[in-house]
Design a protein around this ligand. Structure first.
Ligand SMILES: Nc1ncnc2c1ncn2[C@@H]1O[C@H](COP(=O)(O)OP(=O)(O)O)[C@@H](O)[C@H]1O
Ligand SMILES: [Mg+2]
Length: 319
């Protein structure tokens, strides 16, 4: 029988045996992970569960379904990825961006969003003041570094990027490229998800044009949107990505467009809500919810202004 499997394990046993009682299990694990470069924390990717959830519970978003499944499945199966996975979700409010980010948390760590390895940032809460950019930059850098040392497979979610003061997010540039391996910590295993409404005009315009040209929604391809979406986000003064090097240096692996939802999608959201309450058969309520929302896009009134966001409240009202 081997006494020690590897140098890293021996060192770990040595540290473990000689450590003072004040050293926590978490700190020990961190030391071991740093030495072994092989710690994946509670990372238990359930690839099939993720694909099924996206397919079954996300309506009207064929691009997000395809891109997220393919990108994430490919990434988590690599033992040593060359670059981290950087996804940027764009689209109007209530189209499923936050929903997909929580699906990822649930299926990658098996522990909803409460996993200690999933870190969510909300600018209005964590970075509220425009004049404190330098301070936020140093804090964010330290925070990301510390968390990656504890768990190379961490997920960082930056929601509401349109509220982020410009300049803060570029402190992440060194982490997002291929070269960052510091003191044996592999920074290439992390997943970064940026979420914003920036670029929604571009997505809505392309979706409307396809529709007016008599094409199916599913005919829209990422190539129809990607370049103009990146440019719109880069140029948008009211977005955390304004003139960001993350965009100009092409550090985003995938842009993920969320298309505007039309009435039939909103009604599916209403039906799901009704079924969860044991009222699947209430077609009248489903239609009342569909009727009560406001829709825009030219004169055709095609897309719901709030996506599926206000559906639960409307169901309460009409049930
Ligand atoms: N495409 C969608 N498919 C199914 N449900 C959706 C979709 N978009 C939004 N919803 C529902 O509406 C709620 C709000 O969506 P959310 O993901 O928070 O929107 P946002 O894009 O603004 O982040 C979700 O909890 C979900 O129930
Ligand atoms: Mg959201």
């Amino acid at each position: 029988m081997k006494v020690c499997e590897s140098v890293a394990l021996c060192l770990f046993i040595l540290i473990y045996n000689s450590s003072s009682p004040g050293v926590t299990a978490f700190q020990l694990k961190t030391i071991y992970c740093t030495i072994a470069e092989s710690c994946d924390c509670d990372f238990k990717p359930d690839v099939q569960g993720l694909e099924w959830d996206l397919y079954k519970n996300l309506y009207g978003q064929h691009l997000a379904q395809d891109i997220v499944s393919e990108a994430v499945v490919g990434f988590v199966q690599k033992e040593s990825p060359k670059v981290p996975l950087v996804l940027s979700f764009h689209g109007a409010s209530g189209t499923g961006k936050t929903l997909v980010s929580s699906m990822l948390g649930r299926h990658l760590f098996g522990a909803a969003m409460s996993s200690p390895y999933i870190h969510q940032f909300v600018p209005t809460l964590h970075f509220p003041q425009l004049d404190r950019v330098q301070e936020y930059r140093s804090a964010l850098k330290r925070w990301v570094e510390g968390n990656l040392t504890a768990c190379a497979r961490s997920i960082f979610i930056f929601d509401e990027m349109e509220m982020m003061p410009p300049g803060v997010i570029d402190v992440l540039v060194p982490f997002l490229g291929p070269s960052h391996v510091v003191f044996q910590t592999n920074y290439r295993k992390a997943i970064y998800i940026f979420i914003s409404t920036a670029g929604e005009e571009v997505i809505n315009k392309v979706t409307l044009e396809k529709r007016q040209a008599g094409k199916e929604r599913e005919d829209i391809q990422l190539g129809d949107l990607e370049a103009s979406l990146a440019q719109a986000v880069f140029d948008n003064k009211n977005s955390g990505f304004f003139q960001s090097r993350i965009i100009s240096e092409k550090l985003i692996t995938w842009y993920v467009p969320f298309l505007p939802l039309s009435r039939r999608h909103v009604e599916r959201c209403a039906r799901r809500e009704l079924c969860q309450r044991g009222e699947c058969q209430r077609r009248d309520v489903m239609e009342a919810v569909g009727n009560s929302l406001t829709y825009t896009a030219g004169n055709d009134q095609l897309f719901s202004n709030t996506g599926c966001k206000s559906v639960p409240a409307k169901v309460n009202l009409f049930l």
